[in-house]
Design a protein around this ligand. Structure first.
Ligand SMILES: [Zn+2]
Length: 276
């Protein structure tokens, strides 16, 4: 199994306002994680993109980026086409797209100009996210309104040209050999973490379980979560799973889509993040 991060664009945000709850991080809390911020502006970098997984005769994407059509701030997109090209992969080669969840920055290349961009792919989606976001009468959340071209970006519009290619899955399941979908609901109703298994090794693609390293290690509460309690529980569950089993992982928005791991740290929470 080979896995490559494909950068489509980014969303760069002021770190103030990213976290809510009883104990949002202050400058002291951010200090150990400052090296992951934009070193010039101090802003927080959300890389936007996909992971390409090549395994046997399958050519799989986790997520479909923001897409090439004009976006609204803070999102940019459009790089995924070149990123695929650089690896010698055509959109026609993609056999499957598995979505971590259905927010706009994960579905953009699903269709372009009203046509399927991966016409040979089966599109695999957690049923709960599909049921929630695909309703024709879906009501956008506050954060979505200023960043969404509703006539194009809503799930009901984006997936309209590809309805015959969708396969829904339920809960913990193995939609493809060596690729296990694990329930991580909270950020959205059907958020999914992918566990990749090959040659006796494991790796996790954690999607939007967290958006920054501090969120995973310290449990900071992200401002956008469908269910706050379930999101916090999912983070705690996967933090323990990753740490106890020493599993390398990659997130949907960590800068550069780099792999990392959790290791023992005598200070703070006793756990620290490091990039591999
Ligand atoms: Zn996202």
């Amino acid at each position: 199994m080979r896995v490559d991060g494909l950068i489509d664009g980014e969303a760069v945000l002021d770190k103030e306002g990213l976290y809510v709850g009883d104990n949002p991080p202050g400058d002291d809390d951010w200090a150990p994680y400052a090296k992951y911020l934009d070193q010039c502006t101090g802003q927080q970098i959300n890389t936007v993109g996909s992971y390409l997984i090549r395994h046997g005769d399958r050519v799989i994407l986790q997520d479909a980026g923001m897409g090439p059509e004009p976006t609204l701030p803070p999102f940019t997109g459009g790089g995924l086409r070149s990123a695929l090209w650089a690896l010698g992969v055509s959109p026609l080669d993609i056999t499957d797209v598995i979505y971590s969840h259905l927010h706009i920055d994960h579905i953009g290349w699903t269709s372009v100009g009203g046509k399927p961009y991966f016409p040979n792919a089966t599109l695999r989606i957690d049923r709960r996210d599909w049921d929630h976001y695909s309703r024709p009468d879906y009501k956008m959340e506050d954060w979505e309104i200023p960043v969404t071209h509703a006539e194009r970006d809503l799930v009901s519009k984006r997936f309209a040209p590809v309805l015959d290619r969708i396969e829904l899955f339920d809960g913990d399941t193995e939609p493809l050999p060596g690729i296990v979908a694990l329930d991580a609901s909270g950020h959205t109703p059907g958020s999914t973490v992918l566990e990749l298994r090959s040659d006796g090794e494991k790796g996790l693609l954690i999607g939007d379980l967290v958006h920054t390293q501090g969120e995973l290690v310290e449990g900071w509460e992200f401002v956008i979560n469908h269910d706050r309690r379930m999101a916090a529980e999912a983070i705690e569950r996967f933090r323990k799973y990753i740490y106890d089993n020493k599993i390398p992982f990659a997130a949907a928005h960590f800068p550069g889509l780099l792999w990392g791991r959790l290791k023992k740290d005598p200070g703070g929470s006793g756990i620290a993040y490091e990039t591999l």
